[in-house]
Design a protein around this ligand. Structure first.
Ligand SMILES: Nc1ncnc2c1ncn2[C@@H]1O[C@H](COP(=O)(O)OP(=O)(O)OP(=O)(O)O)[C@@H](O)[C@H]1O
Ligand SMILES: [Mg+2]
Length: 73
């Protein structure tokens, strides 16, 4: 949960897209959240959900299994 700038619906749909950034030219690569999603979903076999209101902040909920399935390495 943060109390940052928040995101509108349009931005939320692109949040996890690689190279989507509102900070291009200002030091952002647009890779941060796509890497987070990849780690949570692929490596950790979990889920990530987000809720956000423009101007109010964003809330990320990460759900992780305690035991990983299959061959992990
Ligand atoms: N906590 C947040 N609050 C508001 N907007 C966010 C938040 N996290 C990400 N965003 C929005 O989603 C976009 C993509 O995020 P992402 O982390 O992938 O890239 P970035 O932060 O722009 O670049 P980098 O991660 O390389 O610094 C951001 O540019 C911003 O518009
Ligand atoms: Mg980022």
């Amino acid at each position: 949960m943060d109390n940052g700038v928040g995101m509108g619906p349009e931005q939320l749909t692109k949040l996890f897209e690689p190279f989507f950034s509102t900070k291009i030219g200002g030091g952002g690569t647009g890779l941060g959240m796509s890497i987070v999603k990849n780690l949570v979903v692929e490596k950790l076999q979990g889920r990530i959900a987000v809720e956000s209101t423009l101007g109010q902040g964003s809330c990320f909920v990460i759900t992780l299994p305690r035991v990983l399935l299959g061959n992990v390495g």
